[in-house]
Design a protein around this ligand. Structure first.
Ligand code: HEM
Length: 460
């Protein structure tokens, strides 16, 4: 970055607050090319301008914010002045998740969140612990010691099975398989979503787009049929779908089929890839840090004494929880959150014009040496109670924060700990080769290549 080309600190019209500094970029493209070339490095380099940085993607003004207080401002304190960023309003997202919890806004979102919330209460979520351990056990029963596996597809399948099972229950396992297959096809186009496509609403009827629309149509049919069956049976199967079906608003109204469809699709998508990524990166980090792995195994042996983990073990699986937290710090599956300013305001002493896209990056703030000593090192031991206490609230925000905080955060943390414990109790997963795995920052923080591990029986 060449400071000589930087945007000057401008005095904005009508207010004393200046606009923040930032890279000038290309006259037409703005910073698009640099961002697309290597977005994570670009985000880190931009930090040199300060805690609030101005950039432009084509015609779209954007701010990058790095300071926990400013992040708190947009996600929590002044959340009402912001809506989700424009990338979430693309045709692609609308067709996929419609007006589900991740994308909806205003009173509609508030009502949906209120309706869905009971399904995510800690107590309710605890009842899914057994499903999680059971499915993890089934998965590893198919593994053979000595074989080499790519761990990420395994984790994707497992977390998808868990979400499908907790939402649709076992009696519809035929459909669950179909849903799983289509969903894994559906998330593929996300991998090729470059920034340009996020910003420009891509409406061209390319073969990939036609395939995408057909796949969404197929999954729609399955979801609508399951909803109809469940409505007719009126039977509470104890899963999330039952909870959503039973939810009443204050005026007694319930969710319509199309709202339910959007929420179910949203929960499928939001709830499985993120958790799978955290697990895959967790195994990768454990394999590259034998001293951490040793402590992890010692805790599992002491707490579980050879049996399978249960929800009641969670308070004692402290080190496993620290591993999960540290993994989410270094490899946050959602590595950015975006908002759009509804009205002009100020952030960190800088003027924010209406419609500015504002991005906070877990990737950057989680690696900020002001809050994390040796920020690049994988050190689960840093997560002591005192450290948690002292850490500024939004220096660590893998699940976002404020009113739009991840509704599945307890679900995800419980799943991470139980799956790490169930698998780690039986197997070690050392890397099959010494190559480090590159990160591919698509919609989420994915591995660019396979994470190849060798399945090793711990007992032997
Ligand atoms: C490690 C796993 C996960 C991570 C890192 C994660 C991360 C996030 C983040 C950062 C947000 C906030 C986005 C924003 O403010 O713009 C979010 C929202 C959301 N997440 Fe998660 N998530 C995870 C797991 C889950 C699970 C398991 C579920 C459901 C089963 C879920 C469902 C949702 C939903 C519905 C929202 C939207 C909430 C709203 O706006 O009201 N997530 N997630």
């Amino acid at each position: 970055m060449n400071p000589a080309q930087d945007l000057p600190l401008k005095e904005a019209k009508g207010t004393r607050a200046p606009l923040p500094p930032g890279p000038k970029g290309h006259p037409i493209l703005g910073v698009m090319r640099e961002f697309n070339r290597d977005s994570l490095s670009f985000i880190m380099r931009c930090r040199e301008y300060g805690d609030v940085v101005r950039a432009r993607f084509l015609y779209v003004p954007a701010y990058f914010i790095y300071h926990p207080a400013d992040i708190e401002e947009i996600l929590s304190t002044n959340a009402r002045n912001f809506r989700k960023s424009m990338s979430l309003r693309s045709n692609f997202f609308q067709r996929l998740v419609g007006n589900g919890l991740v994308t909806s806004e205003g009173d509609f979102w508030r009502r949906q969140r209120r309706l869905a919330q009971p399904a995510f209460h800690r107590q309710r979520i605890s009842s899914y612990g057994e499903v999680m351990v059971d499915y993890a056990t089934r998965t590893i029963n198919k593994w053979r010691p000595g074989e080499t596996r790519d761990i990420h597809p395994d984790m994707l399948r497992l977390t998808l099975e868990i979400v499908v099972k907790t939402l649709f229950d076992a009696d519809v396992s035929g459909d669950a398989d179909k849903v799983g297959q289509i969903l894994s096809e559906l998330v593929k186009p996300f991998a090729s979503q470059a920034t340009l496509k996020w910003i420009l609403d891509n409406r061209l009827p390319t073969p990939a787009h036609r395939r995408f629309h057909r796949a969404v149509g197929e999954i729609d049919k399955v979801i609508y049929r399951i909803i109809a069956e469940r409505r007719n049976s009126g039977y509470d199967q104890g899963d999330l779908l039952s909870m959503l079906l039973q939810a009443h608003d204050d005026d007694g109204s319930q969710m319509t089929d199309s709202q339910l469809r959007d929420e179910v699709m949203t929960l499928f998508l939001a709830g499985h890839e993120t958790t799978a990524l955290a697990l895959s990166w967790g195994w990768y980090l454990l394999a590259s840090h034998p001293e951490v792995e040793k402590k992890f195994h010692a805790e599992l042996d002491e707490v579980l004494t050879g049996r399978l983990p249960e929800v009641s073990d969670l308070p004692r699986l402290r080190y496993t929880e620290m591993i999960a937290k540290e993994t989410l710090r270094l490899y946050p599956p959602a590595y950015a959150v975006g908002r759009e300013a509804i009205a002009e305001c100020e952030i960190g002493g800088y003027r924010v014009r209406r419609n500015t896209q504002i991005f906070a990056f877990q990737w950057a703030t989680h690696r900020d040496p002001r809050y994390f000593e040796n920020p690049e090192s994988f050190d689960p031991d840093r997560w002591t109670a005192e450290f948690n206490e002292k850490l500024p609230k939004y220096a660590y925000f893998p699940f976002g924060g404020g009113p739009r905080q991840c509704i599945g955060n307890y679900f995800a943390m419980m799943e991470l700990i139980l799956l790490l414990a169930t698998i780690g109790r039986t197997f070690r997963l050392p890397l099959a080769d010494n190559r480090s795995v590159e990160i591919f920052p698509a919609m989420s923080l994915r591995p660019r290549s396979a994470i190849r591990v060798t399945v090793e029986n711990r007992q032997s």
